[in-house]
Design a protein. Sequence first.
Length: 178
Amino acid sequence: MGRQATTPIPYGSPGTGTLNHLTMELLAHRTGMKLIHVPYKGASPALNDLLGGHIGLLISAVPNAHAHIASGTMRALAVTGAGRSPLIPQAPTLAEAGLLGYEIPLRWGLAAPAGTPHPVIEVLNRALNTALSSAEVRQRLALEGAEPEPTAPAEYAMLIGREIAMWSDLVKAAGIKP
């Protein structure tokens, strides 16, 4: 008997090249899952099609999906960060679900134009880190399912460099075209 063909599972993203798209491609690349990308013009149309049963999977920012998960109209299979989300603590991390070494957190960062003088960068970084340590900002970020991770400019630049290399390697290996 021959092997039965596996039908790819359609998954949505807010568009080609978005973090959502690349995160699913990384999952497929590392696991051998058969997926087919369905790009949308934004997160909301993709979320609507998941709820309507037109696609089978979606990686979404937790705040976008939280109300649907809480109401039971959507099931959270796992989160991509290093730890569980405080908004959906019932959802395991992908590592807890058995996929070790898969950590793709959603990050926001502050950037300045190339050539900005180093003293200005340091002032901006101190102001950002001060804001991130305030109770008001921490509470607001928690409502969005985010946790602040203050860092220094050089550390953040190294993190960005590692992520660019990782995503570039994936795009080449998976043959992702714009």
